[in-house]
Write a protein that binds this ligand. Structure first.
Ligand code: GLA
Length: 752
């Protein structure tokens, strides 16, 4: 699939500067990003796409200037840092208000540096290089002489991944105050608009459904102004050719490493070019830059491939899994957990929890997670957020007492927190009502009967660090689920002057990152899982602190096919929390077989979300087998390459198939799912991908091996046979009659 599989590119050749051509070329054999300094000093792209040879000039790719820009005919039309007001009427990448109120800038090249590795971005999550030879970074300074503004555009190319990370540093080197009102992380000017825009959208419990629309004249955008990336839109978009499939064709993916308000937008202008921009949502942003001050944008990651959406996802998965996630849990097998939320909601005490954990232990489950309701007086969701003190009515032995009993059983212990929130009925709110976001003299909008703390205030972050460090240090806690269940309304901070309220949202998310940084640094052995009413903040920013996230509150197997499929466009299996819950499902009331619930949840970080004491003996036996299966194939199911075979958004969506393949292709697990049963089904075949075509694989079928599917497939087959012909889904019609809806099969392939 990759163009250059094993060739090691020395870092010097990752970034080429051709002085005579005033041209930069970032190249790793998988993609090329060629930039030119134009005659007027502007920086713009000559090519963003498939690999081109280094050692050559590409200045012939400079696009013809727009007709009509007659005062400065000859100016570049493809730009990496476009600003408004000088004849380029497309959406800008940077808008800076100057003391006279104008926003026109003439950004011109002033110098550049090429450095090995990748410098961090202060205060913000970002991808990284572990050694200086795995990435190279180009920093280009552009300056506006009149205002004293200096913009440093930073591009990192990774040696082994078809990805480039871009961010911008903006500094006021002048003597007058400036004000940023738009500061995009990335602008990509593309010569044509013959693309479909792919994005991930939905709502609570319906996250990350794949949406595709044709690019058209004008702007098309997705965004969030809710204070976090949100369930509605994910900070990820892709451009694909209409003919691009999972396996073939061109695609450009762009993801923002940021968890706050964002905008991702593509504008097609009248001559057919397309400008993609992504960054902090300008609608809810402004930032003061007094003389000497600087601002860092979040980072955006661009992936380009000519090998289909599968290869695009694969590049994101590798980068996010290996060079965005960090800490001891980055590469470790993630534990199989049981979470008590849907099992008990708020109605539990120590004995009930220990009983659930005891059964879980007998089933082979490895981690018990105590969800919401252990603190303050929280018997429902109307009180106590912010009071992170154990409720001794429920847990007389404290967190420590419970954690010790759980760990003595042989399970690890984890806990739920929702740091950024406060209930109006809480001791914290009584003591610090002004810490809750709101505007004096106006009512606060209610949401889940809770308010959001003003994380832009350092004293709030300090307080939360102190009380939460007490909780996390109070017993053997090895996992934290960090939830966030409400959007921000009435945005305003008591500590910011009137003319700087535009900084509020970004400062809030910086406060969240700071708290994450402090707690993950103080508790480096704890596995953090992020959550926001399910997938309301499932983004690359969070993955830099918490290597896994709760994908959705919807645990229904059928709904999860869509949610996990969509999420996988950008995010790796190791980041996707996926649990089996009880039926009827609590979100949709659907009754699906236990086997299917597991077969879907296996593709991710697996667990259970139910009351284990309520399971029948037969269910316990089945779960014991599921846990054993997952343990056996966990390495592939968490860290293997995820390959989407047939999707719930394709055709009638009735069948879905996907697989996870070991890096060395020696093993794979394939999931096949059929939503509704149909009488006398036609035979079907699922062509596999990414196997070793010349190797033999033993195929075993799970959980039932002695039906027609099992008998037809359980044999040794060569990789080419499995890829060219495929697995045989040929159900005998008598058996089909008994299978019912929501049916699934897993196939394990082992090279022999
Ligand atoms: C959110 C989470 C759930 C659960 C509840 C607890 O909805 O997504 O998993 O933790 O909060 O209140």
């Amino acid at each position: 699939m990759e163009l250059v599989a094993d060739r090691v590119w020395p870092v010097v050749s990752l970034i080429e500067w051709r002085e005579a051509d005033r041209q930069f070329h970032l190249a790793n054999g998988r993609l090329s990003y060629v930039l030119a300094i134009h005659d007027n000093g502007a920086l713009g792209p000559l090519h963003v796409g498939g690999p081109l040879a280094t050692g050559r000039s590409y200045r012939h790719l400079i696009p013809r200037p727009f007709a009509g820009f007659s005062n400065r005919l000859g100016d570049a039309v493809a730009l990496d840092c476009p600003t408004p007001g000088s004849g380029d009427y497309r959406v800008p990448g940077l808008v800076v208000e100057q003391p006279d109120g104008s926003t026109v800038l003439e950004l011109a090249y002033r110098g550049h540096r090429i450095v090995a590795g990748k410098p961090p971005i202060a205060g913000l999550p970002a991808t990284y290089a572990e050694t200086d030879d795995e990435a190279g970074t180009l920093e280009v300074d552009l300056a506006d002489a009149r205002s004293g503004l200096v913009v440093t555009l930073s591009y990192t190319i990774f040696r082994d991944i078809a990805a480039i990370a871009r961010s911008a540093g903006i500094r006021n080197d002048g003597s007058e105050p400036l004000r940023l009102t738009t500061a995009m992380s990335l602008v990509l000017d593309l010569p044509g608009a013959d693309w479909d825009l792919v994005h991930l959208g939905g709502s609570w419990a319906r996250e990350n459904h794949v949406r595709t629309r044709r690019l058209e004249l004008g702007r098309q955008s997705i965004s969030s102004s809710r204070g976090s990336s949100s369930h509605v839109h994910n900070p990820f978009v892709a451009l694909r050719r209409t003919s691009t499939t999972e396996e073939h064709g061109e695609a450009i993916g762009v993801a923002l490493v940021y968890s706050g308000n964002f905008l991702a937008e593509v504008e097609v202008e009248s001559f057919g070019s397309a400008r993609l921009r992504i960054g902090i949502d300008p609608e809810t942003f402004a930032w003061d830059l007094p003389p000497g001050a600087g601002f860092a944008t979040p980072e955006a990651v661009v992936v380009h491939t000519t090998d289909g959406l599968g290869a695009m996802s694969d590049a994101f998965h590798r980068l996010f899994r290996e060079r965005l996630a960090r800490g001891v849990w980055r590469d470790r097998p993630r534990p199989i957990l049981v979470n008590n939320w849907e099992g008990t909601y708020f109605d539990f005490d120590e004995e009930r929890l220990v009983a659930i954990a005891t059964v879980a232990r007998d089933l082979g489950i490895e981690l018990f997670v105590l969800d919401d309701g252990w603190f303050g007086k929280r018997d429902d969701d109307t009180t106590s957020l912010g009071d992170w003190f154990v409720d001794r009515r429920k847990l007389p032995g404290g967190i420590d007492g419970l954690a010790r009993r759980i760990t003595e059983l042989g399970l690890a212990f984890g806990i739920w927190i929702e740091p950024e929130m406060v209930s109006e009925r809480s001791e914290l709110f009584a003591a610090h009502p002004d810490w809750a976001i709101g505007i004096p003299g106006r009512p606060r909008t209610e949401g889940r009967q809770q308010l959001v703390l003003d994380m832009s205030r350092p004293e709030v972050v300090d307080y939360l660090e102190r009380v939460l460090a007490d909780v996390l240090g109070s017993g053997p806690i090895s996992y934290v689920k960090w939830d966030m269940n409400r959007w921000i309304t009435e945005p305003w901070s008591a500590t910011l002057p009137a003319d700087r309220q535009g900084e509020f949202f970004h400062r809030s998310i910086l406060g969240v990152y700071e708290l994450y940084r402090r707690l993950t640094t103080r508790f480096p052995d704890i596995l953090f899982e992020s959550c926001a009413g399910g997938g309301g903040r499932f983004d690359a920013g969070m993955l830099a602190f918490a290597p896994q996230a709760w994908t959705s509150d919807d645990t229904d197997a059928v709904e999860r096919l869509k949610i996990q499929w969509g999420t996988s466009l950008a995010y790796p299996l190791s980041s996707m929390g996926a649990h089996v819950s009880a039926v009827p499902n609590h979100q949709v009331g659907r009754i699906t077989p236990l086997a299917t619930r597991a077969a879907v949840a296996f593709f991710g970080v697996f667990g259970y979300e139910l009351d284990t004491t309520a399971l029948t003996d037969a269910e316990r036996a089945e779960i014991r087998d599921q846990v054993a299966f997952y343990r056996e194939h966990r390495d592939v199911l968490q860290y293997g390459r995820f390959v989407r075979l047939r999707g719930p958004f394709e055709g009638d969506g009735n069948t879905t198939a996907w697989m996870a393949v070991a890096e060395d292709r020696s093993r794979a697990v394939v999931g096949f799912y059929r939503v509704l049963n149909r009488p006398a089904p036609a035979p079907d075949r699922i062509r596999l991908r990414d196997l070793d075509r010349e190797r033999d694989y033993r195929v075993t079928v799970w959980p039932v091996a002695d039906d027609t599917i099992g008998r037809a497939n359980a044999r040794v087959r060569r990789g080419d046979d499995l890829e060219t012909v495929g697995l045989l889904i040929d159900v005998d019609r008598h058996e089909a009659a008994g299978q019912g809806d929501f049916w699934s099969r897993l196939f394990v392939l082992e090279a022999v």
